[in-house]
Write a protein that binds this ligand. Sequence first.
Ligand code: TEU
Ligand code: CA
Length: 559
Amino acid sequence: MAEKKWWQKSVVYQIYPRSFCDSNGDGIGDLNGISSKLEYLKELGIDVIWLSPIYQSPNDDMGYDISDYRAVMKEFGTMEDYDRMLAKAHSLGLKIMMDLVVNHTSDEHPLFVESRSSKDNPHRDFYIWRDGKDGKAPNNWGSSFGGSAWEYDEATDQYYLHLFSKKQPDLNWENDAVRKWVYDMMTWWCDKGIDGFRMDVISLISKVPGLPDGEVGKNGYGIFSPYCANGPRVHEYLQEMNREVLSKYDLITVGECSGVTVEEAKKYASSSGEELNMVFQFEHMDLDGGESFKWNHDKIRLTKLKEVMSKWQTGLEGKAWNSLYWCNHDQPRMLSRMGNDSPKYREASAKMLATCLHMLKGTPYVYQGEELGMTNYPFTSPNEFRDIESINAYRELTEKEIFSRKDAFDYISYKSRDNARTPMQWDDGPQAGFTTGSPWIAVNPNYTQINAKEQIARKDSVFHYYRKLIALRRQYDIIVYGDYGLLLPDSEEIYAYLRTREEQALLVVCSFSEQETVYEIPGRFAEKSGTVLLSNYGRKEISAILTLKPYECAVFLYE
Ligand code: TEU
Ligand code: CA
């Protein structure tokens, strides 16, 4: 049995600082706002807080474009505010995981300002510069945020690579000096006492030499991921990062690895500990990717979700460790995507989705507001979008007439990252208690029904259900270490699975259906006496044939 680690038993809570809590009335969340809510997170029972970037940034991509890695974004406060927040978190027994964005910097970072100033600047090769071809970009790659992945720079008559916005130039990881600069910065934060890193698009840092053209996608640009995801030297770089920094501290580390496979994840998150603790894979999030990638109304089929989740559960078993997530700042809210966000079934399906995820093997991640059953936002106009990805997509999809304005608006409204970035709903007062000013992005009008204050006061709320779920993980090692086995693979209504460890077994049953469904307990448990550990409908008994209510879930323990 591989050695047990504290981060395997932990539950991580992701804060998107811009939308979490505003302490000074400027409509933007900040560090003092986070400090004021740490007791709330302690009561929820989480162990680690993942902070989306808080560093100095022009906010072209809401902080994922960093112009000073050792300074706090002015809108979020000061380094003293940060130090106070870190100290208070630690005093409450909460750990802080920072967001490490080192595939690229902001174009306003001094290193890029120098790099672009001349071809012979000592920092020129900190970034990826190439000559154009016949007056065009060096290759046909498209940026994740629309348009070409290359920006022409007249001053030196060359192009620089940006897989994301043109204000996010990619760093050249082949340059030893770049890697040393990254490791020095990481060490600086570790010496401040932080407890881990979430590594932004870390699977993209090693590009295939020659940067070959990609297959042309729907928008007319080449797809870069085959030549950037899980590139030739990525594991070499991460093993070096581990030797130079990570191995010197007791950290939790998770790599965001779009395009990662189970086989690759066994390297990134190997139990050998020579790279990272775990990865965020995207296979389940891409199940409704459709031919135009994310812009569609496609639904995730439950059988496909079960297939992917099971592949990862069994694929990493004994070799590496899973992260477990439905939501984050880049995804629409899962309650609106695979649950039912109607007033009638919102709470039942929110609890069901949480149970389905948290009873799996791996480290669960709760995204801010998920513990309340917050939902997607009811956009009424493209002017309400704030995210560069959505704004650029709407322009590109309509200008190129890939979709009609109505379809483009509908698809983007449903899948926009802004759905996850509306302000945290604290109470039913003005602006949901997020700010006394006017928020940078609109508050979801359903805050009067969905807010923390109301749910803390109501014992059967989603909030208190999450508390029970998180507490169970501490109480039962079978939840953390038990083996996983899928049941009913062909059901489109029910996700049922087993967790087994020594003589114990957990039977987890989740109905994803708005109809009543019938579930027959496996024979080997039918005559055994089991305990109902958890139920979103207050079920007390286990019968051999269960009639499940809409979105009913239950966890049965057999010993
Ligand atoms: O996300 C990278 C990434 O995979 C997402 O851009 C994803 O492809 C897209 O959102 C799916 O719609 C990371 C950060 O989480 C994201 O917020 C940043 O925009 C991006 O990197 C660039 O730093
Ligand atoms: Ca503020």
